[in-house]
Design a protein around this ligand. Sequence first.
Ligand code: COA
Length: 295
Amino acid sequence: MAEGLSFRQDYLVDPAAFEALAALLQDTFGIDIRPALTLAGMDRTTVPFGYFDEDGRCVANFSMFSMPLMVDGERVMAAGYQSGAVRPEHRGNGLYRDLMRRAFAHARATGHAADILITDKPGLYEPYGFRQVRTFGFRGKAPAAQPGAVPGRGVSPENADDVALMVGLLARREPVSQRFSVMDMRELFLLNALWQKDDTRLTHLPAHDAVVAWKRDGARLELLDIIAPSIPPLAAICAGLGGGFAEVESRFGPDQLDWPGAEAIADNHLHLMASGPLADRLNAGPVGFTTLSDF
Ligand SMILES: CC(C)(COP(=O)(O)OP(=O)(O)OC[C@H]1O[C@@H](n2cnc3c(N)ncnc32)[C@H](O)[C@@H]1OP(=O)(O)O)[C@@H](O)C(=O)NCCC(=O)NCCS
């Protein structure tokens, strides 16, 4: 280990150290994690593992958090990992290996049954038993139009009342797919909604007590996510979003949408990885992964 570095944990509650972590992630990935704090607070399950230098700079980080999943109708408490970065001048010294090992051991010690992460460097994680999960979109014809539907209202992650509405729904949400979906994860949803606000629409359908995340491309509806205590059928969603759709592509499995006949189309944009047994279950049939659960 490089001299002058100290291992630290639990630094999310130390404002100066949190700023140092934010700077590492800004410099490495060009992202600003500070809005997470003002919007919904930090996910309270997050446990960071990191090294700091004598000047208080965070030079390496790897964070673990609890990510409850729905897999084939069964709740699986997975550990998710994110914010993995080492400053260039400290790379190649085993810092990341050390942090990965600590984080994976912590996940086991705290009862997490599986692991999940998103990466463009699968080779980093394969030695630790991670396997690629193939993800799909689900495409098919839009259901027949429903007359007399009440149109939904656009909501914004920058409006406090709308955030309160979404927080309430997130607490009561039904898994968007029983086959595979992320559960709870309030902070993650709101942060993604904020980061994706320029190309993702959020619409509240009061008749269904639902907020739908979606995009329109001509007559094609791209369905990204739904937060609702009971997932409405696709026909009701299309009507509440204004109708006029010929085709729908869902980013999550369509098993709750009352929409038979959707075709699974391989989606090669995302490099989702999971620990071996979980990856095997997910690869046994097509699964989707919504951008609102991106991490
Ligand atoms: C990827 C990164 C975190 C590695 O950090 P590091 O401290 O240099 O890594 P280590 O020296 O601890 O190496 C750990 C292992 O990963 C391997 N490794 C390092 N970089 C790798 C890469 N780009 N792809 C695949 N494997 C890699 C090493 O060979 C080493 O293997 P070993 O344990 O069998 O010897 C660092 O290069 C980085 O911050 N890159 C930019 C951000 C990034 O890509 N983060 C990962 C996001 S998922």
